[in-house]
Design a protein around this ligand. Structure first.
Ligand code: MIG
Length: 769
């Protein structure tokens, strides 16, 4: 054992002088500590904005063969071999550097054959190898009882243990199964429950990185990156909830969305090829009585796939007129925008971008061209602030037409003519950089630019949906999970995928309901709309050329069941909106795996076919073909069957019947839930009445109301209601009345009676009639 290194302390940062790289520890809060080794990569974080360090008490002392840095929540030990070991405040190990021998996976293949296999196009898993000298890795011990979560949108199961993943934003249309190591997003945050003790690690490095979550060996997991600095944050907290709250404190929280964005949305690649087709969809939604708030316009509305154009010939000469008329029908238009700008000397966006030098370039200085939808295209250099401003300005074309939001696709960035080479010149803010570094933050920067444009030109809370993302993109954009398929494994995957996205900060997320690629069928579509009734983003979307999957496509009984669940969704929108509002402060997701609410319960640590919405709604959908009954695990507490009020005690498995038209749904006993009015669209007009349902015989609830559209709530224009029910006594208070049109009437539905209260303006109180 060599000597302990010297150290230097400046404020809350301590730099330990190790031979190769200094090791820097910064105390941001008592539960967030940054571990940093400067390996020469310049620049700042894309995930973290603003100063996150708070004045925090900590101690640092040498104890025998190591240093101990102690805060109220964490203990970090540093020894002379540069091991970084993290414990919680009571000394439970959380993330301990692995000291044993590596046990490389035996794949029965030697190096020569591995190359041959890869040359044939079959990549050998774990291929992020240390070929490059800038490559590094971090190896941490795994306990026998340790479960791993997070990593954003990755495929597979809730517990990531035993699998490996890459972070390199990728558009791969093959059926995305558990053996896929990468998808569209790079969100390098992972959580562990080690012997029941929660923690998180966020690796803030945009370069290609790899997580082996105990696949190589059950004794350790490791993270590696091909380049950049070693830069990670240790996240503590007494519960998994607190750890996630700390992660979202660091990288930001999903802002309050416009309320209508929680409504049902209809989409299909191809609709927007003509005004008539879109109008027919709107008409059918009305005719078949399916509430809806938005229709998405895929690439076909544009003039030859040129972004920021709208083919007037397809829209009777006036897209604005049509978009306005749709809006009057209660439906917002959400056009798609891809990053690729068509190479065309007669196209103003291209000409302007060339003139200003806003596209990425080959190392020889020529504008880099690859093929996407419009054919030869140039790629905006979104890492540059000026380019983001320019893009935001282009959004005005769409906001002038009156769109409800913007859908960003292909921003991994995807390209048809081979991948963009690593050395293509991209900017890292104003510094010259490479595709190698900027790839994983390309979608992030595009989404941010789009957010800024909408905010500037709409005066509403921007509604952006992006496919590619990096950690922190949740501040700017909703996400969808890309090109899934109409297959049963993908309705199954929806649950762990959206739950892990939620724990990774992205609580506003959804899958393509019904499946994007391949042909859906009546049963799958039915079960999907049931399972997705609480999906934060609720959109049915399908690929061109696949069997139609609009709610009416299969006739009855699909249509009626579909309608029933979309209508149920609208009843729950005030609850979802409340959860989003609470999430702006807590950073907790709307849709949650059970482990998040019950991290002490070993039964729920890899539960993949149940989830919760907030703290009190338990959803246990059927996600297996031909199944009409299922086992439901009820966690601790008492539960009320939503459909018949039957009560169950928790901590047990029950068998429930679930014929095709039933979604098994349970509400925690003694919960109060707001219950939206039956509507066809979320209106911008304030609700005059609100209903609350009581499950059980008592409870309390905080409810939030504002205009649902703009930023006035930030200046106090919102209402905060508190309800309490106790021994049949119902009381409603309005502790904050900043949004003028408070509900005139509030109905509280108890199991055996209704209590109606009305607002008395003179006293600013609710009184029973
Ligand atoms: O190469 O715009 O994920 O939702 O419908 C396909 C067409 C490009 C991929 C998106 C999908 C969208 C499709 N896009």
């Amino acid at each position: 054992m060599s000597q302990l290194p010297k150290y230097n302390q400046t404020g809350q940062t301590i730099i330990f002088a190790f031979p190769n790289h200094d090791l820097q520890l910064s105390v941001l809060t008592s539960a967030i500590i940054r571990v940093f080794e400067n390996r020469g990569d310049p620049g700042q974080s894309y995930a973290i904005e603003g100063k996150k360090e708070q004045p925090t008490d900590f101690t640092l002392k040498a104890v025998g063969d190591h240093y101990e840095l102690t805060t109220a929540d964490l203990l970090v030990k540093i020894d002379s071999d540069q091991h970084v070991d993290i414990y919680d405040a009571t000394g439970n190990p959380l993330a301990i550097d692995y000291r044993g021998k590596r046990q490389l996976l035996d794949k029965g293949v030697d190096k020569v054959h591995e190359c041959l296999v890869e040359a044939e196009g079959h990549s050998v898993s774990g291929s992020t190898t240390g070929a490059d000298s800038s490559y590094f890795q971090v190896v941490k011990s795994l306990a026998a009882d340790e479960h791993l979560y997070g990593l954003g949108d990755k495929t597979g199961y809730l517990d990531k243990r035993g699998f490996e993943y890459d972070n390199w934003n990728t558009d791969n249309p093959a059926p995305q199964m558990e053996n896929f190591t990468k998808l569209y997003k790079s969100i390098p945050v992972m959580y562990g429950l080690k012997n029941g003790h929660p923690y998180g690690l966020f690796f803030d490095n945009p370069y290609k990185s790899h997580f082996d979550m105990g696949k190589e060996s059950p004794n350790y997991y490791f993270y590696s990156a091909v380049d950049g600095n070693l830069d990670y944050y240790v996240l503590g907290g007494k519960t998994l909830k607190e750890v996630i709250s700390n992660y979202t404190y660091l990288t930001g929280r999903v802002p309050l969305p416009q309320k209508w964005t929680l409504g049902y949305q209809q989409s299909r690649w191809g609709y927007s090829a003509s005004q008539q087709e879109v109008q027919e969809i709107a008409d059918s939604l009305k005719k078949y009585d399916i509430p809806c708030d938005a229709i998405h316009f895929d690439v076909d509305y544009m003039r030859g796939y040129r972004v920021f154009t709208w083919d007037k010939d397809k829209y009777q000469g006036d897209p604005k007129k049509f978009v306005t008329s749709l809006k009057k029908q209660g439906i917002k238009a959400i056009p798609i925008i891809d990053p690729g700008v068509k190479k065309d000397p007669d196209y103003d966006v291209y000409v302007d971008g060339i003139k200003k030098g806003y596209f990425v370039k080959s190392p020889d200085g020529k504008v880099y061209i690859n093929k996407v939808w419009p054919g030869d295209s140039a790629f905006p250099d979104f890492g540059r602030p000026e380019v983001r401003k320019w893009w935001a300005h282009n959004d005005k074309f769409l906001t002038d037409i009156g769109v409800g939001g913007i859908w960003n696709d292909m921003n991994e960035p995807a390209s048809f003519e081979g991948p963009i080479p690593d050395e293509v010149v991209f900017s890292d803010q104003d510094r010259q950089s490479t595709h190698k570094k900027m790839h994983n933050v390309y979608g992030h920067n595009m989404a941010k630019a789009t957010y800024d444009g909408l905010k500037k030109y709409q005066d509403k809370r921007p509604y952006v949906i992006t496919r590619a993302a990096y950690a922190g993109t949740q501040k700017y954009s909703t996400v969808w999970t890309g090109d899934n398929r109409s297959i049963w494994p993908h309705i199954q995957m929806m649950i762990p995928q959206l739950c892990n996205l939620g724990m990774s900060g992205f609580s506003f997320a959804g899958t393509d309901i019904g499946g994007f690629g391949s042909d859906t069928n009546a049963e799958l579509l039915t079960r999907w709309i049931e399972a997705a009734v609480f999906s934060p983003l609720m959109r049915n979307h399908a690929a061109m050329g696949t069997r139609h999957q609009e709610p009416w496509s299969f006739g009855e009984p699909t249509l009626s069941i579909y309608r029933k669940f979309v209508k149920l969704r609208y009843r729950f929108i005030p609850y979802l909106y409340d959860l989003f509002e609470k999430g702006t402060k807590s950073g907790l997701p709307v849709m949650r795996p059970l482990v998040l609410n019950y991290d002490n319960d070993p039964r729920v640590r890899d539960l993949n076919d149940e989830f919760m919405v907030g703290d009190s709604v338990l959803v246990t959908p059927i996600v297996e073909k031909s199944e009409t009954k299922r086992l439901v695990y009820l966690p601790a507490g008492d539960w009320v069957d939503f459909w018949n009020n039957r009560q169950y005690t928790g901590n047990q498995d029950i068998v429930v019947n679930a014929p095709l038209d039933k979604l098994p749904l349970f509400i925690k006993k003694n919960t109060i839930l707001p219950w939206g009015n039956p509507v066809d669209h979320i209106s911008d007009e304030p609700d005059k009445t609100m209903t609350f349902k009581v499950f059980g015989d008592q409870g309390s609830y905080d409810h939030y109301q504002d205009d649902g559209t703009d930023f006035k709530y930030q200046a106090g224009e919102f209402n905060h209601y508190t309800l309490s029910v106790n021994d049949d006594q119902v009381s409603v208070q309005l502790p904050h009345h900043g949004f003028k049109p408070a509900y005139k009437k509030i109905t509280v539905e108890l199991p055996d009676k209704q209590v109606i209260l009305s607002y008395d303006a003179a006293s600013n109180r609710y009184q029973e009639k």
